[in-house]
Design a protein around this ligand. Structure first.
Ligand code: AMP
Length: 611
């Protein structure tokens, strides 16, 4: 099958998909549609979300449904409420000109009564999540004894989510004489056992390689020290001013923290995680779909079933624990023929994970340098210029103010005026990135013994206010560390004894214990001061004893990468009387200023401020 015409669908279906803009069948559709129309053999199809698999199974089923037989003839099982609603919507679009075919969605997290009523009214196609389908089966509100097609959509996700028992019980209840269609992005062994137990000599259809990631997704990674992840994330957002993406985090807490930091730093972001109520979750998703939020920070579980077709970037704030999850994450971009980018922020010890993921993807993940301040400023500058060029001018509203504006700006010639206008936006980035540090971790950072870098994933570098002048040597230091401070179980890395003070690396997990242990210690009559050393602190020029505050001030410059410009920015925006952008994310959260933001920004995104 090369075109939809070759499938010879009823004209109503053809008209509906033409309305939807489907011109050429996707690879999985080319394989699945002719098979389903001509054979009752079971199929296992390896297909990611976004490959057009809903139409691949949906269109032939609709073609073959008997509208006069008023009972469920097809059941589609899928992992999440969102996906369930999405599939039902797609089916409704496909049956737009076939009003006698009825589709019903049943899913958890919503009242069961209206769903039961809808089933009782009579339906031909049921789309449901396994838990809720079991519920309605137990209540006799749904009969599946006459179904002809049973579809398991995102079967791997259903198993990941623990629906094995529910699936078993539904598959047991379904009539033996049926066609079972299993769609899955990956093929773990438990899918194979479903196939063995419940399917009849299934034919395997693959569009693309087994377990392969979406074809049109490019994979990149940045190597940074673990503590610089957040700064790297901000640079990714800043170098992509029109980013529309999902940032995946490992835990709910991390999701909340990262989203809050982004919001505080005036990025257009929000969090999606399991602690949200259904209503809050829907609100966040609505705002993301409407593009009122540029960065959705989410856990893997919360992001399941999100079906947004034009996501530009997937950002792995951390690599997932399991390599296959990476496939699911990156499969959320590059959908429906569009290109997508998946970026991972990794630390030096994770490069072997990259090689493993490359094997599953059968594609190279390309290491990129973390963008530097100059590159970001250039990108932002041209973004400002683009906006100035394309912004829609509301002539009528602006007209009354123009005479005053012209007279106020009269003294500026054209060139100066351009520079001033552009600088309104651009100066913030220039200032913020003026002394921004290089975030790229070099390969040698991985080896603490040969590294002078400030710790990595495992080690933290510490300053100690005693040195050779106090007769400190490596041996006496280790004695002090192991015996006096009683920190024998804490791994120590490189020790640098300088004249007036010293540095040492130690396992960062024990930081609290370590600082506590040194707090009350003395060395040759001198009180010991130990402090964690942050990234940009200079090793020279720190004072001798009591240098703690001076040292700290220098050391905090990285922290100011994140927080410093914030107040400056607020001052600047309020003094210029413009709070349109600066307040965007904050006010978005509170629900005010959000519409204003949207309307005022032609691109549909609220712009961000570096803070
Ligand atoms: P799915 O994988 O079913 O979630 O589909 C992903 C997106 O691709 C949906 O927005 C579909 O409407 C769209 N789509 C599916 N098939 C085609 C096609 N042949 N041409 C254009 N878009 C399609």
């Amino acid at each position: 099958m090369q075109t939809f015409k070759d499938a010879d669908f009823q004209k109503e279906i053809f008209r509906a998909i033409t309305d939807m803009g489907f011109e050429v069948p996707t690879p999985i559709q080319k394989k699945t549609i002719p098979h389903l129309l001509s054979s009752d053999e079971d199929i296992i199809a390896l297909a990611q979300t976004g490959t057009g698999k809903t139409a691949a199974f949906g269109l032939p089923i609709i073609e073959m449904i008997e509208p006069d037989d008023n009972y469920p003839q097809a059941i589609v099982l899928c992992p999440t409420r969102e996906l369930c609603i999405q599939i039902a919507k797609d089916f409704e679009s496909f049956t737009k000109y076939l009003p006698n075919i009825h589709v019903t969605a049943i899913y958890g997290g919503a009242s069961i009564d209206p769903q039961i009523k809808a089933l009782r009214r009579g339906t031909h196609i049921v789309v449901g999540t396994p838990g809720r389908v079991n519920d309605v089966l137990r209540r006799n509100a749904l009969q599946i004894d006459k179904i002809r097609w049973l579809v398991l959509d995102e079967a791997d996700e259903m198993l990941n989510m623990g629906f094995k028992d529910e699936l078993d019980s539904i598959l047991e209840m379904a009539p033996k004489k049926r066609q079972t269609l299993l769609f899955s992005a990956t093929m773990p062994s438990d899918i194979q056992s479903i196939a063995n137990n419940y399917m009849n000599n299934p034919v395997e259809l693959t569009a693309g390689k087994k377990n392969a990631g979406a074809e049109n997704v490019s994979h990149f990674y940045y190597v940074v020290q673990a503590k610089n992840r957040y700064l790297a994330l901000k640079r990714i957002a800043d170098i992509n001013p029109n980013i529309y993406g999902i940032v995946f985090c490992r835990t709910r807490q991390e999701t909340k923290d990262i989203a809050n930091s982004l919001i505080e730093d005036s990025y257009s972001a929000d969090a999606l995680h399991g602690d949200l109520s259904q209503a809050q979750r829907e609100q966040v998703m609505h705002r993301f779909r409407q593009k009122h939020i540029q960065l959705l920070v989410a856990t893997d579980v919360a992001a399941r079933g999100i079906d947004v077709s034009d996501i530009s970037h997937i950002i792995n704030y951390n690599l997932p624990d399991e390599n296959e999850i990476y496939l699911h994450r990156s499969g959320r971009t590059g959908r429906a023929g569009k290109t997508g980018i998946s970026i991972s922020i990794i630390h030096t010890r994770e490069t072997s994970r990259v090689r493993q993921i490359e094997k599953i993807l059968d594609k190279k993940m390309v290491q990129l340098p973390v963008p530097n301040g100059k590159e970001i400023c250039e990108k932002q500058l041209f973004n400002v210029i683009d906006k100035i060029e394309t912004i829609k001018v509301d002539e009528a509203s602006i007209a009354p103010f123009l005479p005053d504006i012209y007279s106020k700006l009269e003294w500026l010639d054209r060139d100066q005026l351009i520079k001033h206008v552009v600088s309104v936006e651009f100066s913030r980035f220039l200032e913020y990135y003026k002394n921004a540090p290089d975030l790229n971790a070099s390969a040698k950072d991985a080896d603490f013994r040969s590294s002078s870098a400030e710790g990595d994933g495992m080690f933290q570098k510490y300053f100690i206010n005693i040195g050779a002048r106090d007769n400190l040597t490596k041996v006496t230091f280790l004695d002090l560390f192991n015996k006096k401070a009683k920190l024998k179980e804490v791994k120590v890395g490189k020790v640098e004894i300088l004249q007036n003070f010293s540095f040492f690396m130690a396992d960062r997990r024990y930081e609290k214990q370590l600082l506590e242990a040194f707090r009350s210690l003395e060395f040759n009559g001198a009180k010991i001061v130990v402090e964690p050393k942050t990234n940009s602190a200079s090793t020279s020029g720190s004072g001798r004893r009591g240098s703690s505050s001076g040292y700290d001030r220098r050391g905090s410059s990285l922290g100011s990468d994140r927080k410093g410009p914030a107040s400056g920015y607020e001052r600047r925006t309020s003094s210029s009387g413009s709070d349109r952008r600066g307040s965007s994310s904050g006010s978005e959260r509170k629900g005010s200023g959000y519409d204003r933001d949207k309307k005022s920004d032609r691109g549909g995104y609220s712009s961000r401020r570096p803070r």
